[in-house]
Design a protein around this ligand. Structure first.
Ligand code: MG
Length: 179
């Protein structure tokens, strides 16, 4: 039986992932928060792996593209770029396309440092960057159990899923119209 779309969905899910090498002499940034650590993320930008994964999740959900297309690493303009600004810019594109963020759920995978002590600061920081409530942002820390490059403290990975709602639907609900 062929699948027929009755009407375009008013919700969209998105998935983002990113991984950066960890090296000495760089800052370790997660969601706009600098965390004390022996090593930090190596990247063309400031290396905030969590902001990058979230940007990819929201851009993907909106069907716009990905962070590499929006901010090419080959462009000197983005050298050491503040990833909070990149994420805000990406969300601006998403809103222009007619979507608002409902919630984010993220996982950061690294051996060190522990994410949990910084979780609330990271949630607040991301909420401020995106203009949403901290309760709509969740961040969990995981280790790689000593396995692979992450386990050897050579890399940090972030994964994010998001839900977008169409601005049209939100406006209709505010007016008390048909759900
Ligand atoms: Mg990246």
């Amino acid at each position: 039986m062929p699948y027929r779309v009755q009407r375009p969905s008013e919700f969209r899910v998105g998935l983002g992932q990113d991984l950066h090498r960890l090296v000495t002499g760089r800052r370790f940034l997660l969601g706009g928060v600098e965390i004390p650590a022996e090593k930090g993320e190596l990247a063309h930008s400031d290396g905030d792996v969590l902001c990058h994964a979230i940007a990819d999740a929201i851009l993907g959900a909106a069907g716009i593209g990905d962070i590499g297309e929006l901010f090419p690493p080959s462009d000197p303009m983005f050298k050491d770029a503040d990833s909070r600004v990149l994420l805000q810019t990406a969300y601006g594109e998403v809103k222009r396309a007619g979507w608002r963020l409902v919630n984010l759920d993220c996982v950061v995978i690294c051996e060190k440092p522990k994410v949990l002590p910084y979780r609330e600061r990271i949630r607040s920081s991301l909420a401020a960057i995106l203009g949403i409530e901290p309760c709509s942002v969740m961040v969990k820390g995981k280790t790689s159990e000593g396995l692979g490059d992450i386990g050897q403290e050579l890399a940090v990975e972030a994964v994010a899923v998001c839900l977008l709602e169409s601005i049209r639907r939100m406006a209709r609900n505010r007016r008390g119209g048909r759900k």
